[in-house]
Design a binder for this molecule. Structure first.
Ligand code: ADP
Length: 311
């Protein structure tokens, strides 16, 4: 079931069609990864769904109900957002920062106290709750950002680059927490520049460019859609002539040589044995074997023409 349905949502600025008649669904309970080059419209899309900015056209439904100015406030209490920029008051303690956000979401008294403690414990900063965030490491500041975004136990949480600029240990902690939150029932929408993170954490990935959804599916589906080909790398000793196997074996679509390795582009795994047998029969000495399948990075490049690292 869809927790959020986006239909023909459009937001144009003078010089940019930031979001251009986009339609898609966010399924209840999933982790949806959103990827796109800079300027693709990701932030604008999230701001539209959060109701921070209004759309020029189109509609958003939450649990089937159309969002309007009238019900927007109630909706925003059920949705959480962890922005890319660290959003805390340096003069307040971590606990007071989280308490501030709890109040914004309308909590008070025991409910608020319990919620603040839960958010601080969940993000692993409870024992440093009375410190100013100014004394925190980069990773702890990011965790505080998350605590502020989840204090009201949102049904769906949007995270924009939540692991930017932090050490691997903090990154793992954050990713683990997000997974755990999802297992406890929160739907997650995750935007990141780290391809491996998106690949590892997401149930489904949506790639956007120029304000449109250009592809969506599980990583496997996306890869299979651009090509089912895999590359078999064989290092052969004192051998040449493997190129002709592309003509001799059905399922081998190309053979090239890179340094001391032959690269066999194969359509499925079943031809591997045939390639190896034939090479052995031809007198080849196979020194090493390696396989490589296309990855999300290749998918990103295929759809956007942009290398993720250059992005
Ligand atoms: P992303 O988050 O994928 O980098 P954005 O949503 O920030 O993309 O931007 C999409 C496009 O909309 C860009 O061309 C950007 O310059 C433009 N844009 C975003 N916000 C504004 C704004 N407030 N005013 C004018 N143009 C904007």
């Amino acid at each position: 079931m869809a927790i959020i349905e986006v239909k023909d949502i459009t937001k144009h600025y003078k010089k940019a069609k930031a979001v251009d008649a986009m339609s898609f669904e966010i399924k209840e309970g999933e982790i949806l990864g959103i990827l796109g080059p800079n300027g693709a419209g990701k932030s604008t899309l999230i701001s539209l769904i959060l109701g921070i900015i209004s759309a020029d056209a189109g509609e958003i439904r939450y649990n089937g109900e159309k969002l309007t100015m009238g019900n927007r406030k109630a909706y925003q209490k059920r949705v959480g957002f962890v922005p890319q920029d660290l959003a805390y008051f340096p003069e307040l303690s971590a606990k007071d920062n989280v308490t501030f956000w709890g109040r914004i979401y309308g909590m008070k008294g025991d409910e608020l106290r319990t919620a603040v403690e839960r958010a601080l414990r969940f993000t692993g900063i409870l024992d440093r709750q009375n410190d100013s965030p100014m004394k925190y490491s980069g990773g702890m500041k990011r965790r505080l950002n998350i605590a502020c975004g989840i204090v009201h136990s949102p049904e769906i949480l949007f995270l924009d680059e939540p692991t930017v600029g932090i050490d691997p240990q903090s990154r793992n902690h954050i990713l683990h927490s997000i997974k755990e939150l999802n297992e406890l029932g929160t739907t997650i929408v995750y935007c990141s520049h780290y391809m491996e993170e998106v690949e590892n954490i997401s149930d489904r990935v949506m790639i956007m460019d120029h304000g449109h959804v250009v592809a969506s599916g599980t990583t496997e589906e996306l890869i299979d859609h651009i090509s089912k080909d895999q590359t078999l790398y064989l290092k052969l000793k004192n051998f040449c002539g493997a190129e002709r196997l592309s003509e001799e074996i059905q399922g081998v679509s190309a053979v090239t040589k890179e340094d001391d390795k032959y690269c066999f582009v194969i359509e499925n795994n079943s031809v591997i044995v045939e390639v190896m047998n034939q090479l052995t029969n031809m007198g080849a000495d196979i020194v090493s074997v390696d396989m490589q399948k296309k990855n999300l990075e290749d998918v990103f490049f295929y759809y956007t023409g942009t290398s993720f690292r250059d992005n």
